[in-house]
Design a protein around this ligand. Structure first.
Ligand code: C5P
Length: 216
């Protein structure tokens, strides 16, 4: 049986990662956080002292990306967030990362989260979810994450950075952040992680035929 591809898109800190990881574990599918690819490209550019908005530099970094680059521990944080959004708006960077994302899901199927999985990377995915939440709630969640990591951050700054990054992701010409026409919209503003998982799982099961877990 064909292995399912589950596409999860949405803005920053909407709960995509937590949800995607749990769906993947439950369904026995590999999971790819595609944001890490853009973050790793950005990190390589920053390490080399380059400008993440420079197309030639960013494309070069994307073409020479190695799997080990995704394992770095410094791919998150305000500087990486902004630099990732810059490299992600460059069409050549997106092209360079396309094959890796498609290959990842070819043999086993996969759950992938990002911004353009259901629209560009896997327009034929069996199940597409667009996970969102209000900006206030998403900023609050990100701020709590930072607090838990011991990073002192200002809630207002976190919210403003997030607003700007989402606006940039939605406004870019290359694969902008948007829900696929056939995506299930999941607004998690008023939901905890468990409720979001139950709602997502019900939708996914309605889209993929699970005869037994061995089919997956
Ligand atoms: O998901 P995450 O917040 O880690 O993504 C970081 C940035 O990478 C996003 O703000 C976006 O600019 C870019 N991205 C993208 N397409 C994806 C995943 C991430 O453009 N599929």
């Amino acid at each position: 049986m064909m292995k399912p591809i589950i596409a999860i898109d949405g803005p920053a800190a909407a709960g995509k990662g937590t949800l995607a990881r749990r769906l993947a574990t439950t369904l026995g599918l590999p999971y790819l956080d595609t944001g890490l690819l853009y973050r790793a490209v950005a990190r390589r550019v920053l390490d080399a002292g380059g400008d993440p908005a420079d197309a030639a530099t960013a494309e070069g970094a994307a073409r020479s990306l190695r799997p080990v680059d995704l394992d770095r521990s410094d791919l998150r944080g305000p500087q990486a967030d902004a630099a990732a959004a810059s490299v992600a708006s460059i069409p050549g960077v997106r092209t360079a990362l396309l094959a890796f994302q498609r290959d990842f899901a070819t043999s086993e199927g996969a759950v992938l989260d990002g911004r353009d999985i259901g629209t560009v990377i896997f327009p034929d995915a069996q199940a597409k979810l667009f996970v969102t939440a209000s900006l206030t709630e998403r900023a609050r969640r990100r701020w709590l994450e930072l607090q838990a990591k011991g990073t002192d951050a200002d809630l207002g700054t976190v919210e403003e950075d997030m607003r700007l990054r989402d606006a940039k992701d939605a406004a870019r010409a290359a694969a902008p952040l948007r829900a696929a026409d056939d995506a299930y919209l999941l607004d998690t503003s008023e939901m905890d992680a468990e409720a979001a998982f139950q709602a997502a799982m019900a939708f996914v099961c309605s889209r993929i035929r699970i005869v037994s877990m061995r089919d997956l």
